[in-house]
Design a binder for this molecule. Structure first.
Ligand code: GAP
Length: 458
């Protein structure tokens, strides 16, 4: 269609523009809140920062640990067919030759001859000059996504090793040891949480794509004679189950079936689980059918027999693998985006609140004395704080006034605020304020631990 946009098209465009702006605004607000309250800081900021690198602050580390804890319980500890390992970041370089990463973990890139910035040709929209400085491009070359380093005192003579680009490979390298040291029988899976490193060309969107990130991965070993498609489907459903567990909205998740020509070199089927992030829809997690690609490569390169004898099936085989994989940092970003709410209060004020699932909230409760200049109240509040501390991660605050303390706890997503007042001293009850409803309930001090435990499980 040519000519001027119709009135309807204009309206549609305005709506789309305003939706995009709201998304950008939301992303900016989350980034600002993360810094202000200590969830995520720019890495090495006092030196001007390092592009696409972030640190988790005092609350971010709690949120991230709680996500990892939930994942570990959900996928490893609650399932008899699963177990876990914690492999090295640096493995023998032979692992990465066998896995195919040394040869294949590359991106086709062109480099600007003037400013030396590198670009993926498919992202250049047919531009023939550098969008940064107008310089000419080199011919297309393949650049490795692996970070290299050297083991040994003398760099030139040292052993070149790689920082792992995925946690998965330690699982394949340890597969036989796990089988020999546990009672696991196929089908069973091994999970692992840890850092991964990629020399990414396109980075950005805050903690969405960075050089250093964390993965939670599962390699689920199955018989090559089993119906892999059904097991793939079951794992996909489990991933949706975990999504609900951590409070992500299923309606914001989209299965993106990756066509054969775009799949990673090891995969026979991949679905990216894309999520509607504050900045737009993109890959959150993924699931792949890696066949026996990895075990057969490691068997070939190491010379170790990695076959499994199945008593039930009465035969030997190399196991096939279904791999559900989860980025921790992208999960943190999704959880933050989902939890972030702005609510108009009766007086016209807006409250910002992070409505985390209680299991993910950095602090489970905060304890305040109503007035900080009343020693009896402060002493009693401290006593209650000490008691709760044995059961939950709790925060003590006697700064400012109660209103400000509530606002602060809302912004960091603390499910309950407990205020100690004169009735506490006389009648042994405290006020418990619920983060989401803002309702206040009087609870007897002796019932407080049970009350919180029951409500935090919701
Ligand atoms: N072992 C398979 C594998 O590594 P992947 O799709 O390349 O598959 C798995 O990565 C997950 O790791 C992604 O779904 C994403 O959540 C996360 N991830 C990958 N690259 C990342 C990056 N540069 N920054 C942050 N997270 C990343």
């Amino acid at each position: 269609m040519s000519g001027r946009p119709s009135g309807l098209n204009k309206k549609l465009q305005l709506i789309l523009n305003s939706m995009a702006k709201n998304k950008n605004d939301l992303m900016d607000k989350i980034v600002a809140l993360c810094k202000r309250r200590g969830f995520v800081f720019p890495n090495s900021e006092i030196y001007g920062g390092l592009a696409s690198a972030y640190d988790y602050g005092p609350l971010g580390v709690e949120l991230k640990n709680n996500i990892k804890k939930s994942w570990w319980k959900y996928f490893i500890q609650d399932r008899e067919d699963m177990t876990g390992i914690d492999g090295g970041i640096i493995l023998s370089p032979k692992v990465w030759e066998a896995s195919g990463h040394v040869a294949n973990f590359t991106d086709p890139l062109v480099e600007c001859k003037k400013c030396h910035q590198r670009f993926r040709p498919d992202k250049l929209d047919n531009a023939t000059k550098c969008p940064n400085c107008g310089g000419q491009f080199t011919a297309e070359k393949r650049f490795s996504g692996l970070f290299k380093t050297t083991i040994g005192a003398v760099e030139e003579e040292g052993l070149t090793v790689y920082l792992r680009p995925e946690t998965a490979q330690a699982i394949f390298a340890d597969y036989k040891n796990v089988l020999n040291s546990t009672n696991k029988k196929i089908p069973f899976g091994i999970g692992q949480i840890g850092k991964a490193f990629r020399n990414e060309i396109t980075t950005g969107n805050f903690i969405f794509r960075t050089f250093e990130f964390e993965q939670m991965e599962i390699e689920y070993f199955i018989s090559p004679f089993s119906a892999w498609n059904n097991i793939f489907e079951e794992w996909l459903q489990s991933m949706y189950g975990f999504m609900a567990e951590i409070g992500l909205d299923k309606k914001k998740m989209f299965n993106h079936e990756i066509p054969a020509e775009e799949r990673a070199f090891y995969s026979k089927r991949t679905i990216d689980l894309e999520y509607d992030f504050p900045f737009g829809q993109d890959e959150l997690w993924a699931i792949a059918y890696r066949t026996d690609y990895d075990l057969s490569r490691h068997q070939g390169y190491s010379g170790e027999n990695l076959e499994y004898f199945s008593e039930e099936e009465g035969r030997k085989y190399l196991a096939h693998v279904i791999e559900p994989t989860f980025g921790v940092d992208r999960t943190v970003l999704a959880v933050l985006g989902e939890a972030y709410q702005e609510e108009k209060l009766a007086g016209g004020e807006t409250r910002v609140v992070l409505k985390f699932k209680p299991a993910l909230a950095p602090y489970k409760a905060a304890v305040f004395p109503l007035l900080k200049n009343k020693p009896d109240l402060v002493k009693k509040a401290r006593e209650i704080y000490e008691k709760l501390k044995n059961n939950f991660y709790v925060f003590f605050d006697d700064r400012g006034n109660i209103g400000k303390r509530y606002r602060y706890q809302d912004e960091i997503g603390t499910p309950y605020c407990i205020t100690v007042d004169f009735d506490t001293l006389e009648k042994g009850t405290v006020t418990v304020r619920d983060r989401d409803s803002m309702e206040q309930t009087r609870v007897s001090e002796k019932d407080l631990v049970d009350y919180l435990r029951k409500n935090l499980e919701k």
